[in-house]
Design a protein around this ligand. Structure first.
Ligand code: F0G
Length: 353
């Protein structure tokens, strides 16, 4: 039986990491492309969801963490640090546990979904909450790694993008070519940069005939790339992308410009509505931020854009179970219908009788 080996062993010859680096892996990657009957029907396009919530810790971060952690261990690191809106810290803590490193996590106080916090803690992370936002945490993580013997594994570490670019490889390997359009959420902007790198490298190798138009989506209250200027106090219910000054700014702008793409801002209501619809229509439960690409497609369709006949991939970046509190906010009393242990009463409550 062949088991998927994780992104390093599957794509090692295409990754710019030191030769012979032993892989610290939880067999990340190899995630499904799920056809969206709902969005294909709505748009007349062929719409695929790259479901990154199927990674070991429930987000795309694992792709870059296997490479960052493997290189850190190879170079002798004993401890690692990251700033995070939640998913990076969950991923780092898991890979640090596998590798036997001490993980140190810096997160903005009160803005981390409970599932992600539980992951970081259970995997053995030392979690430090900062009175500040993600951008403050990232500045601190950088400084800590300069002054103390801890390896920085945020996406400013080039090994991260090396792993993350494999998502583009998988898409082309599966579809036989690059899609015409690629939609995804953008926060610290590592992921859009990594996808563009992956698509570009594959096109250069002749594995695809084209590169997709890259369309990135941010939350209205945290949309520096849309505004063209950093946001001092980013705010959104999609806490994963609550970032005001993305580290990979220049790479993301290059991806947008070279691909003829765009950055678009979405309201929290648009994002949360897309999350709910994706779950109820396609059976794919993602966290709020992860629905931004879907919300972006819905917004474009509502504005009259025609996608018929196109092939579109939307990356849904993280699992819905990460943040059930936000997911349930709009449902109110629907979630607490209580009856006695009586069939007739249940049938009445369900509208069957
Ligand atoms: N979606 C999810 C679920 C995320 O967790 C993130 C980023 C993004 C999208 C945006 O990706 O930063 O590469 O543009 N989360 C980081 C974290 C910042 O700390 O977990 P990006």
């Amino acid at each position: 039986v062949h088991q998927w080996r994780g992104v390093i062993e599957e794509y090692r010859h295409l990754l710019d990491i030191p030769e012979g680096t032993p892989a610290v892996t939880l067999r990340e990657g190899g995630t499904p492309l799920v056809d969206s009957g709902w969005l294909s029907g709505l748009t007349g396009a062929e719409v695929w969801l790259k479901v990154e919530g199927n990674n070991p810790t429930g987000s795309f971060k694992d792709r870059g963490m296997t490479t960052a952690m493997s290189v850190a261990v190879h170079e002798g690191a004993k401890a690692c640090v990251c700033a995070s809106t939640g998913n990076t810290s969950a991923s780092m803590a898991a890979y640090a546990a596998k590798a036997g490193l001490k993980p140190l996590v810096l997160v903005p106080e009160g803005k981390i979904a409970a599932g992600k916090m539980a992951q970081a803690i259970l995997h053995g992370g030392q979690v430090i909450m900062v009175r500040g936002n993600f951008d403050d945490c990232l500045r601190m993580a950088r400084e800590l790694s300069e002054k103390y013997p801890v390896a920085l594994v945020n996406s400013v570490n080039p090994a991260r993008l090396q792993g993350q670019k494999t998502a583009a490889f998988e898409i082309v390997d599966f579809l036989g070519d690059a899609p015409e359009l690629h939609f995804l959420p953008v926060g610290n902007a590592g992921n859009i940069s990594a996808y563009w790198m992956g698509y570009s490298e594959y096109a250069k190798l002749g594995k695809s005939t084209r590169r997709p138009v890259m369309r990135g989506f941010q939350a209205e209250g945290a949309a520096p790339l849309v505004n063209g200027a950093p946001v001092a106090d980013p705010e959104t219910k999609a806490t994963a992308i609550r970032i005001g000054n993305p580290a990979s700014w220049d790479l993301a702008v290059a991806a947008k410009e070279e691909s003829g793409g765009s950055f678009t801002a979405l309201s929290d209501d648009e994002i949360l509505a897309a999350q709910t619809q994706l779950a109820s229509k396609d059976g794919v439960f993602v966290e709020p931020a992860s629905a931004a690409g879907v919300a972006g497609l819905l917004k474009a369709v509502a504005a009259g854009e025609d996608f018929s006949g196109k092939q579109i991939v939307i990356t849904v970046t993280g699992h819905g179970l990460k943040d059930t509190a936000t997911a349930l906010e709009g449902f109110g009393q629907l979630v607490d219908v209580v009856v006695d242990a009586d069939v007739d009463e249940a049938a009445r409550a369900a509208g069957l009788a």
